[in-house]
Design a protein around this ligand. Structure first.
Ligand code: ATR
Length: 322
């Protein structure tokens, strides 16, 4: 396609009219985010008259920004670092999951102007695990239907049941992931450099999910990693280690990964050393791009009423083709 034609198509795709429904991303900073691109591409592909705007909001202005959403006619917003907890006092209602993990990544402006806080991070993570052929918790036994779905699945080569999980880190990114895993029935050990934070997260989760008592434990990072590595099927990095080249590993390089294990790194901006170590040991290595896509698609489904799977397909297409 000629350059001028491409420019014309792009400008048509992202045209904002008086009828356009608006959503956006509240964060600080937001310039690096892939969300506007993937949302706008999916809306355009599906013929939805919606636009997704980056909304940089300085710390200290969060209340003004959240209250302004309804006044400005926004249908909702995503919330990212560092505002996921700060928005809570300005919302009218929280979904059970947002309440349980005390963090919101999606705000829905309801028809009466009231604000609902939700969190699609954990569900997005679980959706991506499913897409890679992973089933969490004891659940039902594998049936022939599962096999058909698994074999038919373009992204998964084998069906893996996950019971024992190690979550590396106990910060904001760990919450949604650990909660979703515990809710699905996994045994979850949260290994963190600061043990107190891992213990506090366990207590928060057990308070919200009493059925998970005994299945959610805190451990010392890195001292307890050898023992945890021996039994874990899934290891999830939620720490910030790996975001930048030259970062130390969030793991101990002397502990090899092995075939049958899955290592999931929430980091998606670069190929991390952790995932390289996983591959070297014969483990399955999964970067966090799929989680980004699915949490976004689930949020967009809440706002637009459109099918999350279809939104996710277009978002993936946009991010994978450039
Ligand atoms: P986020 O909201 O993105 O999860 P965070 O709340 O700052 O960010 O949490 C970062 C996580 O990475 C924490 O679990 C942190 O461990 P501590 O609780 O001990 O601070 C972990 N982390 C960051 N830098 C680390 C390092 N150099 N070594 C080990 N863990 C680190």
């Amino acid at each position: 396609m000629k350059h001028r034609e491409l420019a014309r198509v792009r400008s048509t795709q992202y045209a904002i009219r008086s009828t356009t429904r608006l959503v956006g991303l509240l964060g600080w900073p937001v310039a690096h985010s892939l969300s506007p691109r993937m949302h706008n591409a999916a809306y355009a592909a599906l013929g939805l008259d919606w636009a997704y705007l980056p909304l940089p909001v300085a710390p200290g202005r969060v209340g003004d920004a959240v209250r302004g959403l309804a006044a400005l006619g926004f249908a909702g917003a995503n919330v990212t670092v560092p505002h996921k907890e700060a928005v809570l006092p300005f919302l009218d209602e929280l979904t059970p999951v947002a309440q349980a993990i005390a963090a919101v990544n999606t705000i829905v402006v309801r028809p009466d102007g009231s604000l609902l806080g939700d969190n699609t991070d954990g569900a997005g993570f679980m959706a991506d695990l499913g897409e890679h052929g992973l089933e969490v918790g004891r659940g039902r036994a594998q049936t022939s239907a599962d096999k058909v779905i698994t074999q038919d699945h373009s992204r998964s080569s084998a069906f893996i049941r996950v019971q024992s999980v190690v979550v590396l880190g106990a910060g904001g990114a760990a919450r949604g992931v650990a909660y979703a895993l515990a809710q699905a029935g996994a045994d979850v050990t949260i290994a963190n450099r600061t043990l107190d934070k891992a213990q506090a997260l366990c207590q928060t989760m057990i308070a919200a999910l009493p059925q998970a008592a005994g299945r959610v434990l805190a451990a010392r990072w890195p001292d307890d990693l050898p023992a945890l590595a021996a039994k874990a099927t899934l290891i999830v990095n939620t720490t910030s280690l790996g975001l930048h080249e030259g970062d130390p590993l969030p793991w101990d390089a002397a502990i090899p990964f092995r075939p049958g294990q899955v290592v999931y790194d929430l980091i998606y901006n670069r190929p991390t050393e952790l995932l390289a170590l996983a591959r070297a040991g014969g483990a399955t290595a999964i970067p966090g791009l799929g989680m980004l896509i699915h949490q976004g698609a689930l949020a967009a489904a809440l706002w637009t009423g459109h099918d999350a799977g279809e939104l996710a397909r277009w978002m993936r297409k946009e991010l994978e083709t450039s």
